[in-house]
Design a protein around this ligand. Structure first.
Ligand code: SAM
Length: 312
């Protein structure tokens, strides 16, 4: 559950907000009916009004919607925005929307009920020639040398007062981490990033994603895990990148760090076989990542064979 500080950070993240504002400016016309799913403090709804929307439906279960109502009033848009406190899948609207805008992602777009909510919006709310913002997200993965992230993860569980903390170590090594530390930059990538999944929101129906990826070490180094991030296309040619190669600091999403069970020394040319799986359950997404690292000259020589979480 987000609070006002979280919503303030989302609002202040210009890497994210500026392309959203530009996409709305591009899509909204004076006759537009706009649906803002997950309006929070109402920023997309306010922008849609500013760009001339005739009517905006703004849906949000969080009590932040009360502040959104006040902000609409304070900015003279209260007569054009209809606020509905609920989740979108429970709502029916009296008309179809020309533009549906949302950002229901977490660190990664595979988060909570994001995909089912978008599928539902496509089927029930979007006019046949309507515009969906965002249009698609591309998910990327790279093997990374990240000693600080890895050591920070394990530090509390490294024999405090002489106690064996192995069960705790096993838990933290089998969970992926939200990383907004900016410690992992382009120089820490050990492989070229691979686009392992594309979520096309205009057509998506399956919330589960599974992909096998083969990567090659581009230099020698010590691999500590996988870094996963996404690039967003809000409209054709309008978007943003969360890549550590973008040269920008991590924005409000951060990136996902998937640790290995132990660090693995790589030589240039070694082969890394990855299998990534995200499955939506009643409790949210369940992630699995499998890693096999082979010697470049003799594939029978396997340096690492991790199946994580190893509790499954
Ligand atoms: C990441 S925040 C984005 C807030 C705001 N739209 C922005 O871009 O700054 C996502 C918001 O969507 C809401 N939300 C998630 N799923 C929803 C759904 N199916 N219907 C309505 N709101 C939803 C959450 O409560 C949260 O406030």
């Amino acid at each position: 559950m987000y609070d006002l500080t979280d919503y303030g950070q989302m609002l202040a993240d210009h890497v994210r907000m500026d392309p959203y504002a530009y996409a709305l400016k591009t899509a909204v016309t004076p006759n537009s009916v706009v649906l803002d799913i997950g309006t929070s403090i109402g920023i997309h709804a306010l922008l849609a009004c500013k760009f001339g929307a005739r009517k905006v439906y703004a849906i949000e279960p969080n009590d932040a919607i009360d502040l959104a109502r006040e902000l609409a009033e304070a900015n003279g848009f209260a007569d054009r925005i209809e606020f509905i406190q609920d989740i979108s899948t429970n709502v029916t609207l009296p008309e179809l929307a020309d533009v549906v805008v949302s950002d229901l992602r977490g660190t990664l777009p595979l988060f909570g009920q994001h995909i089912p909510s978008i599928t539902d919006a496509n089927q029930r709310f979007l006019a046949p020639d309507g515009i969906l913002i965002p249009q698609q997200d591309k998910l990327w993965v790279s093997v990374v040398e990240a000693p600080l992230n890895y050591n920070n993860l394990l530090k509390p569980w490294t024999e405090p007062y002489g106690f064996n903390m192995e069960p705790a170590r096993q838990i933290v090594l089998n969970q992926w981490q939200h990383d907004d530390t900016d410690l992992i930059r382009a120089a820490h990538l050990l492989t070229e990033p691979t686009n392992w999944a594309t979520l096309d929101y205009r057509t998506i129906t399956n919330p589960d994603v599974e992909a096998d990826v083969v990567q090659t070490a581009v230099r020698e180094g010590t691999a500590h895990g996988l870094l996963v991030w996404f690039d967003a296309e809000l409209l054709d040619g309008i978007g943003f990148s969360n890549s550590p190669q973008s040269g920008k600091v991590a924005n409000v999403y951060g990136r996902g760090f998937f640790p290995f069970l132990n660090p693995v020394k790589l030589a240039e040319g070694d082969t890394i076989n990855l299998s990534l799986q995200a499955t939506l359950t009643d409790e949210g997404y369940c992630w699995q990542w499998q890693t096999q690292i082979h010697n470049q000259d003799d594939p029978k020589i396997i340096f690492a064979d991790f199946k994580q979480p190893n509790t499954l």
